[in-house]
Design a protein around this ligand. Structure first.
Ligand code: GAR
Length: 184
């Protein structure tokens, strides 16, 4: 049984997709805590509804990074899953969990790193984009790629319509990767 800690900043739909896969018996493990840098993150609400520890940390506190590292360490997780966690993970955190922090990003990396990846893809005019699940290293969105899914850009796509089709793939890809990691 693998132990996972989830870090999420907002809506939490990827967290929910992983949770559903756990409920369906597809993952050999469980989520022991969801931690957010936003007190009103939907992800925290979903966690509470599922009887999973839901913890808010104030990133303006000045001690956020140390607090987060100690807190996550206290769970001794096998993997830390970033699910819409919109902060850079500090070097010390990466060093504490080498090849054990996983992220999902809404583009085919190494294209369109950083914020608004779907908007960047539309602005560039690519015809295929998608999503990537990867290990987190010290740089942003550069860690070793674990899996990707491609999504065609359609004529007339807006940021919303494209994001929605990518999200559907995210909800398939991330649980599949967590399932694979749980069997390692
Ligand atoms: C997802 O599209 C995820 O790929 C993206 O934020 C969204 C979170 O949605 N992550 C990044 O852009 C990370 N750089 P969710 O909260 O509903 O899972």
């Amino acid at each position: 049984m693998k132990k996972f800690v989830v870090l999420a900043s907002g809506r939490g739909s990827n967290f929910k997709a992983i949770l559903n896969e756990i409920k369906n018996g597809g993952i050999n493990g469980g989520i022991v805590a969801v931690i957010s840098d936003h007190f009103d993150a939907k992800a925290l609400e979903i966690a509470r509804g599922a009887d999973i520890e839901a913890i808010y940390g104030n990133p303006q506190s000045g001690e956020y990074n140390e607090w987060l590292l100690n807190l996550v360490r206290s769970y001794a997780p096998d993997y830390v899953l970033l699910a819409g966690y919109m902060r850079i993970v500090p070097k010390e955190f990466v060093a504490a969990f080498p090849q054990r922090i996983i992220n999902i990003h809404p583009s085919l990396l190494p294209s369109f790193k950083g914020l608004h990846a779907q908007r960047q893809a539309l602005a560039y005019g690519v015809k295929i984009t998608g999503c990537t699940v990867h290990y987190v290293d010290e740089e942003m969105d550069t860690g070793e790629i674990i899996a990707q899914a491609a999504v065609a850009v359609k004529d007339g796509d807006t940021e919303e319509t494209l994001s929605q089709r990518i999200l559907e793939q995210e909800h398939r890809l991330y649980p599949a990767v967590v399932r694979m990691l749980s069997e390692k």
